[in-house]
Design a protein around this ligand. Structure first.
Ligand code: FMN
Length: 260
């Protein structure tokens, strides 16, 4: 099929999913257009794709599911039997129902899934877990996923015969994450608003960036990473508790799962 454009639709509060999707995209021979949904947008962008576009969807796994904030943008997403590939990054615990949920959600909106992958990465909350992943070896596997997708879209006249199965259960696992709303050290905060501007959930007040709405916060850690003053932090007690728990259940030598 003569392909048109590569759409990159992703959510990446702390940048790992972005890194992964870009590595795969670099190996696909098409001009790309990005829809980075990591910054809170009151007005949801229209994302409409044609039959001969290819769309890569990228998410971090949250509690074994697709982050809710990402799905809020799907009301303005439309494909036209458009081929799509799915990327889930996860912090070396499990990805459970995330790929299946993402597949179901994109298929409902007119996409045909032609490939999917789950990549183990550094855990964005407890960074010691899977530290610095994706590493050099991981990046080779991610690049190869891009190469395989490129080959698939170039060779196929249509995608009718392709059927991708991904693991997961439907009904999905209940969505529940430990609330880890970062605190603010008011002696360090300069009210520069970098955190408020960066927050994907619109949970930090623009007029008083020291205030966070706990109900809106998704504990994604983007504010902690975007604060140059290091004023935003998770309490050491809570972090130690979580690290202990995750160290027991995460496997940092996990390999990528590719479904082609
Ligand atoms: C709220 C939250 C929930 C998470 N849940 C999981 C999970 O269920 N399983 C897992 O292995 N990693 C989990 N992680 C780790 C992220 O999926 C992983 O670090 C991801 O690569 C972060 O992507 P990003 O840098 O693009 O934000 C979670 C992280 C956060 C912030």
């Amino acid at each position: 099929m003569k392909m048109n454009e590569l759409g990159l639709v992703y959510f990446s509060p702390t940048g790992t999913t972005r890194k992964v999707i870009m590595e795969a995209a670099r190996n696909i021979d098409l001009k790309s257009v990005s829809y980075d949904l990591s910054i809170h947008k009151e007005k949801k962008p229209a994302m409409q794709f044609k039959k001969n576009d290819l769309v890569l969807f990228g998410i971090p796994v949250y509690a074994g599911r697709v982050p809710k904030t990402f799905l809020e943008y799907f009301e303005n997403l439309q494909g036209d039997n458009t081929p799509a590939a799915l990327i889930a990054t996860y912090g070396c615990r499990e990805y459970e129902d995330a790929l299946l949920e993402l597949k179901n959600e994109v298929e409902k909106r007119g996409f045909k899934v032609i490939g999917a992958a789950a990549f183990p990465t550094e855990h964005s909350i407890a960074r010691k877990i899977g530290m610095s992943r994706p590493n050099k070896e991981d990046l080779k596997v991610i690049a190869d996923f891009g190469v395989q997708l490129n080959r698939r879209v170039k060779k196929s006249e249509n995608f009718d015969n392709i059927s991708i199965e991904v693991p997961g259960n439907d009904p999905y696992k209940k969505y529940s994450t430990t609330s880890l709303t970062p605190k603010v050290d008011t002696t360090l905060c300069t009210e520069c608003k970098a955190c408020a501007k960066a927050c994907p959930a619109g949970a930090i007040s623009m007029t008083d960036p020291k205030k966070t709405d706990k109900k809106l916060c998704i504990s994604c850690m983007r504010c902690v990473r975007s604060c140059k003053q290091r004023a935003r932090y998770v309490s050491t007690f809570k972090m130690n508790q979580l690290e202990k728990k995750l160290t027991k259940i995460c496997k940092t030598d996990k390999a990528a799962d590719i479904f082609m």
